[in-house]
Design a binder for this molecule. Structure first.
Ligand code: UDX
Ligand code: ADP
Length: 465
């Protein structure tokens, strides 16, 4: 069997960085080079100060310390790294298209295509090309067409190896993966390529957790896994709305149904809505694919998961407005959390962005505190929506680095991310510093209702009346 000696990964983001760090750490005999066109990103990955890595993941700095410079390298020399490698991972971003055909639904494959063309241009030896970004079904075929028709006559095997890591637990998800999926051609050379990649993962995972499939199944499984997970969140969120109108408590309902071993307890936490770079994008992709194969019922079915998520974010914002006597104009609302979930600095599709946008439309004054997200990122998220000018966003919304500063004279606190530190705050002191009545809207259900009531807060928790 072919043993891989040199790996190149194109794209040093949330996926490429941690994944390659773990591979290099577990496979000391393989040289792994992660390349990116973004020089600042590469500089940050090479930073002496391990708190400055571009991606915040528990456990990552320790692994980087052990591995970087040994057999793990970060570089902007894209072409040289590609040519040297016998296996090339494509791990570039695939945002949802913001223009043209499939706008708002299809994945934008611009970056993937550029990567494939670049590989074709510089490769002078045979390569196994692994698609690692989340991609619509059939992308492997598109990559293959580009490589075969524009390459220098060398042989390319294309594999699909979808990513199942969740942010904040990426290192643990990689080290103890439930499964690794490897899709490839059923030809002899395809089988060889699949075995070569399996061998890499088998350095630390038991053989039976490495599943080999055809390319279609592998590509589709990634979308379907995320669609099923997101569907569970939307399902419980739909029930949270019903619970708020009745005496039912969504946590009790989750617990009761989760005990059914066929349902299971995970991904049943009601929240202000799911975010992250994958769930919405992958479902939109599934919807687009179903439509393009003439299956509108299938498309509508999955689209509903997103519509329910939009409803949940809107409902949370509207509840704040109605509760604050139907006007938030000029009122100070503190946001605790901006990241799409705890333990990450990632804000892509975060519910906080949409809740803030809805409140800013009503002229609220928002003060954001998030332990990991920068002001620059927060303004970029809002400006990207294009709802108002960037000057207006900066006038209405401020970002602070002290959680107590955020709530001085605030009318309300909205909890948007479930950061652990929020639970241990001195809520009595927070109550003192706020205007009365002091409202707390808990979009993550992390605070204790009884305690908050005793302290004097008007406390609203998603999924409870
Ligand atoms: C997800 C998938 O879990 C992962 O396998 C895939 O590779 C990428 O997409 P990620 O986006 O990092 O990972 O986060 P995840 O932990 O799945 O959470 C997604 C969103 O759902 C978050 O906003 C989270 O707060 C929300 N969520 C999750 C809930 O609201 N309730 C839950 O019970 C679980
Ligand atoms: P993900 O969550 O999928 O890892 P990110 O946006 O965090 O997405 O990372 C993708 C990275 O890919 C970015 O740092 C971007 O600069 C890089 N990238 C995009 N296109 C190319 C390319 N053609 N060559 C090298 N790097 C690229």
């Amino acid at each position: 069997m072919k043993h891989i000696k040199n790996i190149c990964c194109i794209g040093a983001g949330y996926v490429g960085g941690p994944t390659m760090t773990v591979i290099a750490n577990k496979c000391p005999e393989i040289d792994v080079t992660v390349v990116d066109i973004n020089a600042r990103r590469i500089a940050d990955w090479n930073s002496e100060n391990l708190n400055e890595l571009p991606v915040y993941e528990p456990g990552l700095p320790e692994l980087i310390k052990e591995t970087r410079g040994r057999n793990l390298f970060f570089s902007t020399e894209v072409d040289a790294a590609i040519d040297k490698a016998d296996m090339v991972f494509i791990s570039v971003n695939t945002p949802t298209k913001t223009y043209g055909k499939g706008k708002g639904q299809a994945a934008d494959l611009k970056y993937i295509e550029l990567c494939a063309r670049n590989i074709a241009k510089v490769a002078t030896t045979d390569k196994i090309v692994v698609e690692k970004s989340t991609l619509p079904v059939r992308t492997a075929q598109a990559i293959k067409n580009i490589l075969d028709n524009t390459g220098n006559g060398v042989n390319f095997e294309i594999l699909s190896n979808p990513e199942f890591l969740a942010e904040g637990t990426a290192i643990d998800d990689l080290l103890n993966a439930d499964r690794v999926l490897i899709g490839g051609d059923e030809t002899e050379s395809g089988q060889e390529a699949k075995n070569a990649l399996s061998w890499v993962y088998e350095h630390w995972l038991p053989k039976e957790r490495v599943l080999q499939t055809n390319v279609w199944s592998s590509e589709l499984s990634k979308l379907v896994a995320n669609a099923f997970l997101a569907q569970r969140v939307s399902s419980i969120n739909s029930i949270s709305a019903l619970c708020e109108k009745t005496d039912a408590n969504v946590a009790e309902v989750s617990r009761a149904i989760g005990f059914d071993s066929r349902i299971g307890p995970k991904f049943l936490n009601a929240s202000v809505g799911f975010g992250g770079s994958c769930f919405q994008k992958d479902i939109l992709n599934l919807v687009y694919i179903a439509k393009s194969f003439g299956l509108p019922e299938v498309a509508d079915y999955w689209e509903q998961v997103i519509l329910m998520n939009d409803y949940q974010k809107r409902r949370f914002a509207e509840n704040i407005i109605t509760t604050l006597y139907n006007t938030v104009s000029g009122k100070k609302i503190a946001f605790y959390g901006w990241a799409f979930k705890k333990d990450t600095n990632d804000t892509r599709e975060s519910a906080a962005i949409y809740v803030a946008d809805a409140l800013l439309e009503e002229q609220a004054e928002i003060v954001v505190y998030d332990p990991k997200v920068t002001a620059e990122r927060i303004y970029a998220d809002l400006d990207y929506l294009g709802t108002r000018t960037s000057e207006e966003n900066r006038r209405l919304l401020t970002v602070v680095t002290d959680p107590l500063e955020a709530i001085q004279n605030a009318h309300a606190v909205a909890v948007l991310t479930e950061w652990d530190e929020f639970k241990s705050y001195d809520w009595a002191a927070i109550f003192e510093a706020m205007l009365k009545p002091a409202f707390v809207f808990d979009g993550r259900r992390i605070l204790d209702s009884e305690k908050m009531d005793t302290l004097g807060f008007k406390y609203y928790k998603i999924g409870e009346s």
